[in-house]
Design a protein. Sequence first.
Length: 334
Amino acid sequence: MNILVTGGTGYIGSHTCIALIDAGYSVVVADNLSNSKRETIENIKYITGQDIPFYEIDVTDKQAVECIFRKHKLNGVIHFAGLKAVGESIKKPSTYYENNIISTLVLAKACLKFGINQFVFSSSATVYGENEVPFVETMDLLPTTNPYGETKSICERILKDIAQANPSFSVSLLRYFNPVGAHESGLIGEIPNGPPNNLMPYITQVAIGKQGKLKIFGNDYPTIDGTGIRDYVHVMDLAEGHVAALTSKREGVQIYNLGTGQGTSVLQLVRAFEESTGIKISYEMVDCRPGDIAACYADVQKARRELGWVAKRDLKTMCRDAWRFERNYDQVLK
Ligand code: NAD
Ligand code: UD1
């Protein structure tokens, strides 16, 4: 089985390539390297011992995409390629709408044209908006607070409509909670572009001395200790969730939350990191970040029941692996 992985040199895509190869799939990678590095493909090859066809293309480019479909006999597509920085999406909405929506349309149409029936899409827990936790797949979606989030809701809608009109086209909409950590080799992981926006990479950069204090955004949320609650999930567990979605071969449109089902506060994550690594993280409390919600965690029963998938790696392992990659980072990506 041969899978086209768009965004395959990015954070989640690169880990998914490894999980797919471990499960016996072959992969073809397409990425424009706008938020990732070419070295990653070499590291995936090194870890898996497999040769991987790599195309440096923009997946909004119909001709370039069709060229890959013509050249390789594909059995499915996992579409990770997308822009994902919430703050940047507010400053550059048209860039986000164009990149994330056109790429999805181009790939879905290529699948229909070439008779490829399995499509897996990277959605996000952000589509739930400020719903009541835990978030369940059957909930009505609420508006998100930014163009990035809207692109995910719109792409979900587009793919549902295409699948409805084309009954042989199966779509998995995977709603990720907060992916963190890295492959245990320490050779691939998250590479933030500039100062990190997300919590775990910020913590690891404080630990290594690239950042000063961690700023904790808000300490008067209605949560256990006043700081925001999220559902952190190890990126390798998330990657294995994609393999489970592909192998389940369910028909029609399937939506799955990929998280642990456990809520963790910012302070709890800081403490878990300190316990896991022995490094103290200095922090200060600052105002809430606009657009943040108090709590976000998954109901994970559907993925467990229908895919047989559960996240196995604990918070300590997530912290250990994120830290290992941070320490290796300058060596593996020179
Ligand atoms: P990432 O930025 O590390 O990876 C995305 C990859 O897509 C990058 O390598 C980038 O170069 C590539 N890309 C972007 N636009 C492209 C285009 N038009 N053509 C070709 N390549 C293109 O991000 P990630 O964290 O691995 O996220 C993967 C997907 O999962 C994204 O769609 C993201 O929105 C979604 N997602 C991520 C998170 C998260 O916390 N990381 C949470 C929910 C959903
Ligand atoms: C953010 C995005 C979300 C996206 C997700 C994954 C926003 C508003 N939301 O989610 O759309 O899907 O990243 O890319 O940007 N925190 C701090 N200090 C920091 C960083 C974060 O206290 O320096 C807190 C946040 O307030 C939050 C928690 O840590 O409570 C997790 O934040 P983050 O890692 O950015 O993820 P999300 O906010 O869940």
